[in-house]
Write a protein that binds this ligand. Structure first.
Ligand SMILES: [Zn+2]
Length: 125
């Protein structure tokens, strides 16, 4: 519930390994304190795996829809496919909002790009 925006730690000690004892990081997704995060503000292994699986599935769905889109001759069909794509990208964007990297370019950039293409198609049709 507490929505503190990350305790501000002093930077620039130049240390690379061995986090100082007593500064455990919380997983971005489940909020559990995890001792072995790959970097501060990262995910615990369980969430990392869960998100990777979900992201892969969503990206695959997006790619399939993009293929369907190319083959689809009718504008209403294309628009429907764009809607499916936008739903997936919006889901990925929720991770981005929490600071979790999913795709490159980031979902927000994809969303803008895809919304622009959909709008152009809707105007043309
Ligand atoms: Zn977690």
């Amino acid at each position: 519930m507490a929505s503190q925006e990350g305790s501000r730690k002093p930077r620039g000690t130049g240390q690379r390994e061995g986090p100082p004892s007593g500064s455990l990081d919380r997983c971005l997704r489940c909020g559990r304190v995890a001792a072995a995060l790959s970097r501060p503000g990262a995910l615990c292994p369980a969430c990392d795996a869960a998100i990777a699986t979900e992201v892969q599935a969503r990206v695959r769905t997006i790619q399939e829809s993009l293929r369907t889109l190319k083959a689809e001759p009718n504008v209403p069909g294309k628009l429907r496919e764009w809607d499916r794509i936008l739903v997936q990208v919006a889901a990925l964007q929720q991770y981005e909002a929490r600071g979790i990297l999913t795709t490159c370019p980031p979902p927000s950039a994809l969303l803008q790009e895809f919304q622009g293409q959909r709008a152009a198609l809707a105007r043309a049709g």
